[in-house]
Design a protein around this ligand. Sequence first.
Ligand SMILES: NC(=O)c1ccc[n+]([C@@H]2O[C@H](COP(=O)([O-])OP(=O)(O)OC[C@H]3O[C@@H](n4cnc5c(N)ncnc54)[C@H](OP(=O)(O)O)[C@@H]3O)[C@@H](O)[C@H]2O)c1
Length: 311
Amino acid sequence: MFCTLSTFLVSIGFYALASYLYEQLRTPYKLIKIRYFSDNRPTLKERYGDWAAVTGASDGIGKEYAKELARQKINVVLIARSEEKLQAVAKEIAEIGTGTQTKIVIADFTKGSQVYEHIEKETADIPISILVNNVGSGTPSPILKWTQEATQNIIDTNVVAVSQLSRLFFQRMKASKIKGAIVNVSSGTEMQPLPYGAYYAASKAYTRSLTLALCHEAKPFGIHVQLLSPNFVVTKINSYSRQIMKGGLFIPSASTYAKSAVDQLRDGVDETPGYFWHHIQNAVGTAFTWRVRTLAAYKIFSKISDKPKKN
Ligand SMILES: NC(=O)c1ccc[n+]([C@@H]2O[C@H](COP(=O)([O-])OP(=O)(O)OC[C@H]3O[C@@H](n4cnc5c(N)ncnc54)[C@H](OP(=O)(O)O)[C@@H]3O)[C@@H](O)[C@H]2O)c1
């Protein structure tokens, strides 16, 4: 009897360990295989095509991602709300000197559904084969302090944009038989609820679910879908914390992060934090259950968010 029970417990232990290792190692395994053991490592352009569109391309990860695409000879449609900032990004891309073209599309995702018709019209003649749904916003703050407008804005920017643009470009790529890629930028916060960053983490859990489902629906048409889930990166979204903005081994600059993430798109991984030290962070973090992680997040974010006083 004792022997049967211990065999049962050991089997559960092995199963849990094997599941954990599979989840942690499937992306690094694929990257190592293609980078060190494959005779053929296609360029980004060979794998997907030569036009990309990046939302939220005026700053942070989106801006550096667009520049890295240009370094890899991909033409880029830059989409965001500030024309002035986008012009500056287009100038930086021209200075890279790879001769890539850029097109600017002004779009504010908080201004209603006509923004999608506008993007569709502005890009109708461009064979976009890589869509990077990067736009996102959010600052840690208790739900008690959110207004109706701010709540609507974060949902429009973080949930509606990725939903509408994934659908639109999936349909377009399928119709024109483009075997391209859709990259949806989520966040490490997708893995557990985040007290004091509740709407942000919930929007990223949505992005994760949508993207991993889309991955299966798009695969039969040769369209690659990638869930890109960074942990902290030094960008203005984190300007509420001086500590994060200092950067460090686990908090790369946006350009270091984007270079690594674009290389991982080139190598065709489908689910990744996009950066070596974020893989390590996740391997440690996910050894704990989501309830423990939520509690830890609660402790950390209750200190850094603009918390209301208790009555
Ligand atoms: N940085 C991190 O630590 C981190 C971690 C995990 C996930 N992420 C995700 O990475 C993505 C990029 O974030 P980031 O860190 O690069 O942030 P960021 O530096 O604040 O850049 C966000 C970009 O989105 C644009 N944008 C924001 N709201 C918009 C709107 N309503 N309409 C059109 N464009 C809008 C911004 O334009 P403006 O220049 O006009 O503001 C900017 O180009 C987001 O999805 C974010 O959730 C970031």
